[in-house]
Design a protein around this ligand. Structure first.
Ligand code: CUA
Length: 341
């Protein structure tokens, strides 16, 4: 009887261990909310630790009592144990104890919520610059518009170290969610409605972001990056983004013609040209970005060529159709796109 149970139990343990291993492997290199680089992300990480600690204590107490009772009051050995139904002391205790635990969780959660909900007060804000960004969710990429600085980009958002980054999240199609685990909590991006959030980066670096609301087939590939850099580097980047579109030379001239005469202009914008489409990302300074296609592909000539050949193969479901371009056209278009510095 006993032996027949070892098989299934052992399989269960193996299955559990395997799932944990797969989960941990999947997390390798992924952004963690437990390495915060902004005060509000820090507040969220602290809250998570407090609640995990409380849950851990509850787990240990409950499981210890459970295992002890099963052993101590064994029916096989002692028969049916004394029944305690109607014992008011026990009933008050196990009603009060969870109520107190939940009250503590409620209070610390409420404190964290108020701490992260509002922009830092005027006093601390005066010491820092504020950068406004509109983060607009599209199926399946993030558009970043800097209304005060008057330019629009995609997939890669730059912010200066120490600045208060004030973000309005919006969406054009379905509900998305803006999430950079190391910088702030999740904020839904809802069509026809603006949500506000903020963070204040305290460490230079590139932070990974991920859409956190299921928004269709390419939801998992709706990524982006937040580049936190020095004020000087940020100013250089801003100047680059504000600059007029580059003048084309060589193969890029032909590529520009194909782009402006083809279907591309229906979906993409290149500032100062007849390309004013709003479906796909603004490409004016595409070559300045490290990634494209929802930040899942490295921005290299090879990847751009593969993308132009068959976007559906590179990112199944993307709204960019297959264009049946000749190899010569693809080469010219890649020369054009890589010149959009
Ligand atoms: Cu956008 Cu998920």
């Amino acid at each position: 009887m006993r032996d027949s149970h070892i098989g299934p139990i052992r399989s269960l343990v193996f299955a559990l261990a395997a799932s944990v291993a797969v989960m941990l492997a999947g997390c390798a290199g992924a952004p963690t909310p437990f390495a915060p680089a902004s005060p509000n992300a820090g507040a969220i990480a602290n809250l998570a630790k407090i609640i995990f600690g409380i849950a851990g204590v509850v787990f240990v107490v409950v499981e210890t009592l459970l295992i002890y009772s099963a052993w101590r009051f064994s029916r096989k050995r002692d028969g049916e144990p004394t029944q305690i139904e109607g014992n008011s002391k026990f009933e008050v205790a196990w009603t009060l104890a969870p109520a107190i635990v939940l009250a503590v969780v409620f209070v610390v959660s409420l404190q964290t919520l108020t701490q992260i909900a509002y922009l830092p007060t005027a006093a601390s804000a005066q010491t820092a610059t504020t950068v406004h960004v509109r983060a607009i969710g599209h199926q399946w990429f993030w558009e970043f518009d800097y209304p005060d600085l008057k330019f629009t980009t995609a997939n890669e958002m730059h912010v200066p170290l120490g600045a208060i980054v004030s973000i309005d999240t919006e969406a054009v199609d379905v509900i998305h969610s803006f999430w950079v685990p190391q910088l702030a909590g999740k904020t839904d991006a809802i069509p026809g409605h603006i949500n506000h959030m903020w963070f204040q980066p305290t460490q230079i670096g590139t932070y990974h972001g991920q859409c956190a609301e299921f928004c269709g087939i390419e939801h998992a590939n709706m990524r982006f990056q937040v580049v936190v850099e020095s004020a000087e580097q940020f100013q250089t980047w801003v100047k680059g983004q504000q600059a007029p579109v580059a003048t084309m030379t060589g193969d890029a001239v032909k590529g520009e013609q194909i782009f402006l005469q083809g279907a591309c202009v229906g979906c993409h914008t290149v500032n100062g040209t007849k390309a004013i489409g709003k479906v796909g990302p603004n490409l004016t300074h595409l070559a300045s970005r490290k990634n494209f296609a929802g930040a899942i592909l490295e921005n290299t000539p090879q990847n751009l060529a593969l993308w132009l050949q068959d976007p559906q193969k590179m990112k199944p479901g993307t709204l960019m159709p297959r264009l049946n371009l000749s190899q010569a056209d693809i080469n010219a278009l890649v020369a054009y796109l890589t010149s959009l510095k």
